[in-house]
Write a protein that binds this ligand. Structure first.
Ligand code: FPP
Length: 249
């Protein structure tokens, strides 16, 4: 990848992606929206491959939000069928490529067939050491934080934890991403510039990259542009540039 090799150690460890623009991609071609989602699966496959090639350790994809249940019933059921189908087709190949697959989100709201496929895929790939792929389905950041707080309160109520000891670490470890590192880079395709209730806690210090590319058109060059953008950022975490030894213009 041009421009990043010399700074390989600065590559993002964890990339999160809001895959937006499937519907518009389909509409532009006079197709129904679900064809856009189907085309989106191809971009998912390519992005996993490129990310793994570039040595990215964690990739989290926002496939279906808590709010997406509000979409027309037909679109929701076609999306759910697409997830089942994608799992059916892709898991063996992911496994061969040493990808570890995990899902986050409100599993109780998903159909039994999909949950079975999810559990099987997670168990099948648990021992893999390559790219750790996390797919968010029926996920919302506020739901995630609420559930974490609920669990913390449960621990206090049972005497397992004391209220005075609750800190960011104890809440963070109860979140869906648990002990995984926070995303360093958030990519959102499709031209909108918002977080849309994705990983609200974990994105606190992420660099945000917005691309006008519609998700089904997202390719290797787009991913490289996003990584290049990230490599150029100076992450200060509240410090000044001088403290970090940077030369400021
Ligand atoms: C947002 O585009 C996209 C979604 C709600 C679905 C994302 C799903 C996929 C990319 C399919 C496969 C995913 C996996 C993990 C197998 P939109 O429909 O909101 O597009 P629009 O803004 O143009 O209407």
């Amino acid at each position: 990848m041009p421009g990043t090799d010399a700074k390989a150690s600065n590559l993002p460890v964890h990339i999160a992606v809001i895959m937006d623009g499937n519907g518009r991609w389909a509409k532009k071609r006079g197709m129904p929206r679900h064809k856009g989602h189907r085309a989106g699966v191809k971009s998912v496959r390519k992005t996993i491959e490129y990310a793994a090639q570039r040595g990215i350790k964690y990739l989290t994809l926002f496939a279906f939000s808590s709010e997406n249940w509000r979409r027309p019933e037909d679109e929701v059921s076609k999306l759910m069928a697409l997830f089942v189908d994608a799992l059916q087709r892709e898991v063996d190949e992911l496994h061969r490529n040493d990808v570890r697959l995990e899902f986050i989100g409100e599993r109780d709201r998903l159909g039994k067939g999909l949950v079975r496929k999810i559990e099987k895929a997670e168990a099948h790939t648990r021992g893999n050491n390559g790219l750790h792929l996390i797919v968010a389905i029926a996920y919302g950041g506020r739901w995630d934080i609420t559930e974490a707080v609920r669990r913390v309160i449960g621990k206090i109520a049972s005497g397992e934890a004391a209220a005075a000891d609750i800190d960011e670490l104890s809440i963070g470890s109860e979140l869906q991403l648990g002990g995984l590192p926070d995303p360093d880079l958030l990519i959102r395709t499709g031209g909108e510039q918002r977080i849309s209730n994705f990983l609200l806690w974990n994105l606190a210090y992420a660099e945000l990259y917005f691309s006008d590319t519609l998700w089904p058109d997202f390719d290797e060059q787009d991913l490289d542009r996003a990584i290049e953008f990230y490599v150029q950022r100076q992450r200060r975490y509240g410090h000044t540039g001088e403290q970090l030894g940077a030369v400021e213009c």
